[in-house]
Design a protein around this ligand. Structure first.
Ligand code: NAP
Length: 234
C-alpha cells in the first residue's frame, strides 16, 4: 500500500505518517518546508528501513504548485491507493470584521487544494485496489467555532466536499472518510498553558485512520468525530 499525506511535516500529519509507516505502508509526504520533511523521512527510515518515503514540497495555497504536485505524483506513483488530505491552516477571525485575506487563504489550503488533489489523483485511486480518501476536517466544520468563523466556513465546506465525494465514489470502490477532530496537540497550541490531558494527542487521530484502513472491503468508517474526553475547549 502507498499513501500520500499532505501537511505531513508536523502535528496530526506527522503522527499519521509515523503510524502508517509502522503499519508497513509506503509514504509520499508533502508540506512547504523540505528540511522538516527530510528529518521525518530519516526518522521513519531509521525505524522502518523497508518503507519507501518520497518527499514533495508544495505550497497548497498556490494553484500552480498544487497542479505540479498532482502531475509529479501521477507520473511517479501509479501504485498510490491512500490519499490523506490533512494540510490545513487555522487563523482566528470573525466573519463580521476579520481580515478578508485570511478567509481566502484558508479556502485555498483547507478546501480547494483537497478538492483539486482528490480530483487529480482519482484516476490512480480508481485503478488500484483498497483505495481510501481521508479528509481531516474539524469539529469547527460541525458547529460554529468561537472567534474563528472564517476557519469554520472552510471546514463546513470541507465537510460538504467530503460527504458528497463519499456518495460519488461509493460505487467505484473508493472509501471516503471525514474526520472531525476536536482540540489536538500540534503547533497551533504552542504556548498554551492548558494541561496536556485537556487536549487529544495527534496519535489518537492517526490510530483511527490506521484502524479504518484495516476494515474489510465491505465496510467504511464514513465519519469520525474525536473529542477530548473532557469535551470541547470553551
Ligand atoms: N490541531 C487541532 O487542534 C486541530 C483540530 C481540528 C482539526 N485540525 C485540522 O487538522 C489538520 C492538521 O492540523 P495540525 O494542527 O496538525 O496543523 P500543524 O501542526 O500546524 O501542521 C500543518 C501542516 O500543514 C502544512 N501546511 C500548512 N500550510 C500549508 C500550505 N500552504 N501548503 C502546504 N502545506 C501546508 C505544514 O507544513 P509547512 O508549514 O511546512 O507547509 C504542516 O505540515 C488541519 O487540516 C487542521 O485544520 C486540527
Amino acid at each position: 500500500m502507498k499513501a500520500i499525506i499532505t501537511g505531513a511535516s508536523k502535528g496530526i500529519g506527522k503522527a499519521i505518517a509515523l503510524k502508517l509507516a509502522s503499519d508497513g505502508i509506503h509514504l509520499i509526504i508533502t508540506a512547504r518546508n523540505f528540511s522538516e520533511l527530510d528529518l521525518l523521512k530519516q526518522e521513519i527510515q531509521k525505524e522502518h528501513p523497508n518503507i519507501q518515503v518520497s518527499i514533495y514540497t508544495a505550497d497548497l495555497s498556490n494553484r500552480a504548485e498544487v497542479e505540479k504536485l498532482i502531475e509529479d505524483v501521477f507520473a511517479q506513483h501509479q501504485d498510490l491507493n491512500i490519499l490523506i488530505n490533512n494540510a490545513g491552516i487555522y487563523k482566528q477571525g470573525d466573519i463580521s470584521n476579520g481580515d478578508e485575506s485570511i478567509l481566502e487563504e484558508m479556502m485555498e489550503v483547507n478546501l480547494y487544494a483537497p478538492i483539486h488533489i482528490s480530483r487529480g489523483l482519482l484516476p490512480i485511486l480508481q485503478k488500484n485496489k483498497g483505495s481510501h480518501i481521508f479528509n481531516i476536517c474539524s469539529i469547527a466544520g460541525l458547529d460554529p467555532y468561537p472567534r474563528a468563523g472564517m476557519y469554520s466556513i472552510s471546514k463546513f465546506a470541507m465537510q460538504g466536499f467530503s460527504r458528497c465525494l463519499r456518495e460519488e465514489l461509493k460505487e467505484k470502490g473508493i472509501k471516503v472518510c471525514t474526520i472531525y477532530p476536536g482540540a489536538t496537540w500540534s503547533n497551533s497550541w504552542e504556548g498554551s498553558d492548558l494541561p496536556a490531558s485537556r487536549i487529544m494527542q495527534a496519535s489518537d487521530v492517526a490510530e483511527v485512520i490506521s484502524m479504518s484502513i484495516k476494515l474489510s472491503p465491505s465496510a467504511v468508517l464514513e465519519e469520525i468525530t474525536l473529542r477530548p474526553q473532557l469535551g470541547d475547549l470553551p
